[in-house]
Structure formats: structure tokens, C-alpha cells
Ligand binder design. Structure first.
Ligand code: SAM
Length: 285
């Protein structure tokens, strides 16, 4: 049964005595065109292992199971885990449902146990909005065996991921996403594609992991500079960077050596410029 319509979802929830839980970000997709767009952006092959975070009632899971080799889902809501048993686990022998919190579960272990040596997994999900940013940061920073993330996020978050230096939406999330991946907005999605309707529009983003970082700087030093620059948004770069415990004169000298005007704001720096500052501050040229 295709679940991508309000009637089917309502009937299913009623049968199990469930209601959508706002606090868990339960806005279920009811638009087949959007679901097909997500699956197509992931470019699934029969050998792919897919991690789906928050499968809900299984609407997207059904489509993933039809294309991928294996689908592992992590769902926090115990009531939905029971539904998923009936909607997807019984119907597809390549779907596994795990009851757990995607923010806490050991993803290294989970993926390592299911991938062939050298293989990388894909994450495909309509993410719960209340934890989108920390979850995406986990997927980026934990050096997981992943090649591609295709996720539905709030429109504003998608814009932040792809925005260039100096724009209003540019921030620490933009830098991290662009450092680890090549981000692209593949689909803009109206709030009318969900049940219940959220208060915001959404977008599907494709994040393809880079083979290597696009700039040359030790990651730890690079992200220390980025965090300091965006942590003190209204300050000039030179003042913001003194929060790293470096003398103002040394920060000044490092910025000049990197060819960057110390009066600039952190939010105007490109990834290359952040890397140049990190290299000069830690004398690694
Ligand atoms: N995939 C379904 C769909 O597209 O219709 C549901 C998506 S809904 C936006 C988000 C799902 O994530 C819900 O099923 C919710 O219960 C689940 N969820 C919320 N927090 C979670 C967490 N920390 N770990 C795993 N799943 C979570």
C-alpha cells in the first residue's frame, strides 16, 4: 500500500491509536512527487546501504527499499516502530528498523556492522526539524563511512548550507557543510506536502562528501577559527579571534600575513581565507 496520501496515513494512525507528535517533529510526507524526487537525488543502486533517520510510518522507506540493497532505519517513537514492523519490515526483506535516538546511537558501529570493507553508506531522510543541525553536524564531523546525504530540511537551513560568504545566511553551518561536502538544493518543497502541515516551507538538499577538504589547513585549527569568528558575529575579526587566547598584536600580524584586513567581519571570510588565517595563526604555511 502506498502511504503517500493523507487518507492512508490517517487510517493507519487511527488503527494503531497514534497521533502525530509535534515535539518529535512528526510531519509526514504526503506528496509522491516529492518522495520520488528525494529517492532520485540519492541515485540509489541495488548494492547501496541506506541509513534513514526518522522513518515515521514508512512512506519514504518503502521507496528506498525498492531501490537500495539494504535500508536501516532509526526511529525514536516506539509506537511508530510497531507500525513500521507491519508497513515495511513484513513487506521488504531488506529493511531493518532500529528503535533508538539518531542523535545518540553509535553510528560507527551501526554502519560498520552492515557495510562491506571499503563500502560507504548513504543517508536519506525527511529529518525531524528540532534536531536537524546537530544531526547534520554529527554526520559531517564523525568521520563516518558515508558518501552522500540527501535530506529534507527547513528551507532556511537549506539556504544556510549553500549560502556564499558575506550573505546574511552564511554562518558556521555553511562553512562546515561546504568544507566536508558539495551541497546543492535539489527541490524546494511547500508546507502543503506534509501532514500535519508545518509552519515553514522545506527543501531537499544533496550533500556529496568530498574526497578531501577544499582548503589546506589542519581541521581542528580551521574550525577553531571559524567558531571564534561566528561566535562573536558583530565584532571585527581581530577582536573575535582574541577569544582564542591569542594576543591582539599576534592576531593582527597573522591577519596581515594572510592578506586579510583585520577590520573585516568574520562572516565575510571565504573557506580559503579561514584556512589562511588558521595556517598563519598556527605558523603552518
Ligand atoms: N520519514 C517520514 C516521512 O517522511 O513521512 C517521517 C518524517 S518526520 C519529519 C521525522 C521522524 O523522525 C518522525 O517519525 C519522528 O518520530 C522521528 N524522530 C524524531 N526524533 C528522532 C530521533 N532523535 N531519532 C530518530 N528518529 C527521530
Amino acid at each position: 500500500m502506498d502511504l503517500a496520501n493523507p487518507g492512508a496515513l490517517k487510517a493507519l494512525m487511527a488503527r494503531y491509536g497514534l497521533r502525530p507528535q509535534h515535539r518529535l517533529g512528526q510531519n509526514f510526507l504526503i506528496d509522491g512527487r516529492v518522495l520520488d524526487g528525494i529517492v532520485s537525488a540519492a541515485g540509489l543502486e541495488p548494492t547501496d546501504v541506506v541509513l534513514e533517520i526518522g522513518p515515521g510510518l514508512g512512506t519514504l522507506t518503502q521507496r528506498l527499499a525498492a531501490k537500495a540493497g539494504r535500508v536501516v532505519c532509526v526511529e525514536l517513537d516506539r509506537g511508530l516502530v510497531q507500525v513500521l514492523h507491519d508497513t515495511v519490515q513484513k513487506a521488504y526483506d531488506n529493511v531493518e528498523v532500529i528503535h533508538g535516538d539518531a542523535g545518540r546511537i553509535d553510528l560507527h558501529k551501526l554502519l560498520g556492522e552492515r557495510l562491506a570493507p571499503g563500502q560507504k553508506a548513504k543517508v536519506v531522510a525527511n529529518l525531524p526539524y528540532y534536531i536537524t543541525t546537530p544531526l547534520v553536524m554529527r554526520l559531517l564531523e564523525e568521520e563516518l563511512p558515508l558518501s552522500h546525504v540527501v535530506v529534507m530540511v527547513q528551507k532556511e537551513v537549506a539556504d544556510r548550507m549553500v549560502s556564499p560568504p558575506g550573505s546574511k545566511a552564511y554562518g558556521a553551518l555553511s562553512v562546515a557543510v561546504q568544507y566536508y561536502t558539495e551541497p546543492r538544493i535539489v527541490l524546494r518543497v511547500s508546507r502543503a506536502s506534509f501532514m500535519p502541515q508545518p509552519e515553514v516551507d522545506s527543501a531537499v538538499v544533496s550533500l556529496r562528501y568530498r574526497e578531501r577538504p577544499p582548503v589546506d589547513a589542519p581541521p581542528e585549527a580551521f574550525f577553531r577559527v571559524v567558531r571564534a569568528a561566528f561566535g562573536q558575529r558583530r565584532k571585527s575579526l581581530v577582536n573575535a579571534l582574541t577569544s582564542l587566547g591569542v594576543e591582539k598584536a599576534a592576531v593582527h600580524a597573522a591577519l596581515e600575513a594572510a592578506g586579510i584586513d583585520p577590520g573585516r567581519r568574520g562572516e565575510s571570510l571565504s573557506l580559503e581565507e579561514f584556512a589562511a588565517v588558521a595556517r598563519t595563526l598556527w605558523q603552518r604555511t
